[in-house]
Write a protein that binds this ligand. Structure first.
Ligand SMILES: [Zn+2]
Length: 309
């Protein structure tokens, strides 16, 4: 399977430094340190002359100072430290080449380092924005551990970044056809793998079986794990599976899934080539699971698409 766009290693997170205020202050003031400003899930990127897309990383003295919203992202092999700075808006740039972009748009075009930094920064920002108050007592919490913990000053509770596990699965039948479904609000022709959130008290394998039964009425007999992908829209972790159906009878729920079909490889290829079937976006694990079954990149499917899943 080709690498997943948002599952890149990035830099060493060096989590042992997060509580060391003196170390963090020294790292922040070091001239080689670079800062990624993040606002509402967007950052500034630039397109290079040779066709790549890079994050706009600025030295700390160029970055707007806001101690409270400074997140330490890690250190690379050369010793450069990286921070994210959460702002209400992205700074204006003299450089006309810089433009604001979100992960769905550029996540597939960035280098491993840049993709890892951006996913980390956006995931932390999403969590910080939505967890400003203590879930135990309701008091406003403060940011500690370089952006990776929120602490309640009233009841001393510590709150950690939240990640919501979701399962996403390519189900095949006895004829090795793939089960793909359509959600009601998707554009005409869009078909993708089934997916859903893991419920409390449930294993991820149980979630695969339940979701396929609920959404498509298909009984799953075998489940095998493939790979995972952070999906910070706002806080999911997609756990990808291949699953084998016990029967090929389909009965969609009509709510989450409007329509579902078994596709042979020829069905899918012909549908895509004719423009009747739109496969999922290039950066999503859904596209990779379908490719894994198909055996190669899908025909006519953009390798790094900007459209939403
Ligand atoms: Zn509290």
């Amino acid at each position: 399977m080709r690498p997943l766009a948002l599952s890149r290693p990035g830099v060493d997170r060096a989590a042992h430094h997060r509580l060391d205020e003196a170390w963090l202050a020294a790292a922040w003031s070091h001239p080689s340190t670079r800062v990624l400003v993040v606002s509402g899930g967007q950052v500034l990127v630039e397109d290079t002359a040779d066709g790549r897309t890079e994050l706009v990383l600025v030295p700390p003295f160029d970055a707007p100072v806001s101690e409270n919203h400074r997140y330490f992202l890690g250190t690379d092999e050369g010793g450069t430290h990286y921070f994210a700075l959460q702002q209400d808006s992205l700074p204006g740039r003299m450089d006309a080449a810089a433009r604001p972009a979100g992960l769905r748009e550029v996540g597939g075009q960035l280098s491993e380092r840049d993709a890892g930094l951006m996913v980390h920064a956006v995931a932390l920002e999403n969590w910080q924005r939505m967890h400003r108050f203590c879930s135990r007592c309701g008091a406003r919490t403060t940011i500690v551990a370089a952006g990776h913990v929120r602490r309640c000053p009233d009841c001393a509770a510590e709150h950690y970044p939240r990640t919501d596990p979701a399962v996403i699965m390519l189900v095949t039948d006895g004829q090795d056809r793939a089960l793909l479904g359509r959600q009601m609000h998707w554009p005409a022709g869009r078909f993708s793998t089934l997916a859903g959130f893991v419920e409390p008290g449930e294993s991820i394998e149980q979630a695969v079986v339940r979701e396929v039964a609920e959404e498509a009425g298909v009984e799953v007999a075998e489940v095998s794990y493939v790979a995972s992908q952070p999906w910070p829209f706002p806080s999911s972790l997609m756990l990808g599976f291949m699953a084998r159906a016990g029967s090929d009878t389909i009965q969609v729920d009509g709510e989450e899934i409007h329509e579902a079909r078994w596709f042979s490889r020829d069905d899918l290829r012909q549908g895509i080539e004719a423009g009747d079937i739109l496969p999922p976006s290039g950066i999503s694990i859904a596209a990779r699971l379908i490719e894994l079954w198909y055996g190669k990149p899908l025909p006519g499917a953009p390798r790094q698409a900007a459209q939403p899943v």
